[in-house]
Design a protein around this ligand. Structure first.
Ligand code: FE
Ligand code: FE
Ligand code: ZN
Length: 277
């Protein structure tokens, strides 16, 4: 089995998100650590975070997968954006300790002209400034579609970042099905081959979470436009194979599909029906 859930917003606090996840049929969820488009982070109420931890434990949830703000870019060509992003990363990692032992996923970044090699160094530098030996959170690098100057659209780039990270046991990877497909990995015709390549380049032990999305575009398009499950170019059959893949069992799967609550409820139920086969 896998754990399944979707992206929820945190305006009503942690426990409310846990309850919402359960209402939608989920047993994991993703949440933004702050306004996805902004910088400021809401004050955490420790009792509320504690209530979520209890809810998660009592209901057998999988790991939660927090998502960094989209404005975070630790490898921007602009020094002030890099600094702002590094601070955000440190602050988010500290905040994650209110819900200990979960995952914090972030986009490696866009190099905005610096080039991939320089960006890889900057991303590793940001990680090395932010990771601490005593943190309980695992930081996940997300596989990217390669839109614009995005870093992390190849497994090799992610590996290069991990290689430079001092505290490697604090770093993992989140595989986004839309992003790898758009990045040129053919999970429709060769899922086994893609996972073999992931294992060879990064190591499957580092694969901690899945973003389960269909894609509006073709393999290798580098577009990054998510579609609902079965309504895109990846299609229901291939996404079912991802959910059922023996090497991916036990992991949290997060839907980031363009849905309202009813749509998420339907997709979560659909994915659950695949688990029983
Ligand atoms: Fe993402
Ligand atoms: Fe994603
Ligand atoms: Zn995306």
């Amino acid at each position: 089995m896998i754990y399944i859930g979707n992206h929820l917003t945190s305006s009503k606090g942690f426990e409310a998100m846990g309850k919402m996840a359960m209402q939608l049929g989920g047993d994991t969820f993703a949440f933004f650590t702050r306004n996805p488009r902004g910088g400021s982070a809401k004050e955490i109420v420790p009792a509320d975070a504690g209530n979520l931890c209890r809810l998660v434990k009592e209901n057998g949830f999988g790991k939660l997968v927090a998502h960094a703000a989209y404005t975070m870019n630790v490898c921007s060509a602009k020094e002030d954006i890099r600094q702002f992003s590094k601070n955000m990363l440190k602050e988010d990692i500290a905040r994650m300790e209110y819900v200990p032992g979960n995952y914090y996923n972030f986009h490696p970044g866009s190099h905005t002209g610096l080039g991939t090699e320089a960006a890889v160094l900057l991303i590793a530098e940001a990680l090395n400034e932010a990771l601490t030996p005593d943190m309980s959170t695992l930081v996940l690098l997300e596989t990217m579609a390669g839109k614009g100057s995005e870093v992390g659209a190849t497994f090799e780039e992610l590996r290069a970042i991990i290689d430079l990270a001092g505290l490697q046991d604090k770093v993992g990877v989140c595989l986004d099905t839309c992003h790898v497909w758009d990045g040129g990995y053919d999970i429709v015709n060769n899922l086994d081959g893609v996972l073999e390549e992931f294992d060879r380049v990064i190591g499957l032990d580092r694969l901690k979470a899945i973003h389960l999305n269909d894609s509006m575009n073709d393999c290798g398009s580098h577009k990054d436009r998510h579609a609902c499950i079965g309504e895109g170019r990846i299609g229901e059959k291939a996404l079912k194979c991802v959910v059922q893949h023996p090497l991916l069992q036990g992991k949290p799967f997060i839907l980031e599909t363009p849905n309202d609550d009813e749509g998420y409820k339907r997709e979560i139920a659909l994915v659950r029906s695949w688990m029983e086969l």
